[in-house]
Write a protein that binds this ligand. Sequence first.
Ligand code: ADP
Ligand code: MG
Ligand code: MG
Length: 247
Amino acid sequence: APAVEVTGLHVRLGGAAILHGVDLSVHTGEWVAVIGPNGAGKSTLLRAVGGLLPYTGSVRLLGTPSDRLRRRDRARVVATVMQSPVVPAGMAVLEYVLLGRTPYISPLGRESGADLDAAHAVLDQLDLAGFAGRPLATLSGGERQRVFLARALAQGATLLLLDEPTSALDIGHQQEVLELVDHLRRERQLTVIATMHDLSIAGEYADRLVLLADGRVVASGVPREVLTEELLARHYRARVRVIDGEN
Ligand code: ADP
Ligand code: MG
Ligand code: MG
């Protein structure tokens, strides 16, 4: 089965129809970038796939209907990193990464040695061990984004959903974070769906691009099939290379 199989996905938010029958199939180990103009529904699609908002239609994760997954099982399957996650005031990096273990932590709220080991292993792997005791708020943008990834990886999920993972970063740190994602997905056989604002970077890193416009998939394929003048002119108001800063 594909890692993700979405069929006929409809989402309504605040009384408005946002997604109008989206189909999307993603293989294990594949990196799909969801692109499209602001307001197209990219974040909404990601949240629906992650089980974070109600939808109609079908979302299957590793062959199982998403709405049949219990919290703990879902946590093993899918981890979502939203854009600019809220960072609890004063929270240290290790504590934050341990939040990724929450579905496994006992009802007493105590993490086990295994949870701590998992968190430390991920911090080591992401070159964050030296930051474990630091308040997350004191880290740079690139370091913080690595911590957000660390939290998602600590969950042990095989499917990673990333909402504009580099939108807050300068170009050097964008590449650092995307290289890290690429390395991790190869090493751990992760499947990645990322909404990506910068089209040239999306085309460089993703195996496949899905172009969303007005809540519908209007193109899908390898980057050179989707990043055509015609498609971009039709679906983007602003010129492609212009970064509009919003979002
Ligand atoms: P994108 O990520 O592609 O910029 P979003 O998925 O964030 O787009 O939003 C798609 C559309 O849904 C936008 O028009 C947005 O205003 C609308 N929208 C998002 N969240 C809500 C909400 N909670 N209530 C009503 N409309 C929403
Ligand atoms: Mg937006
Ligand atoms: Mg968005």
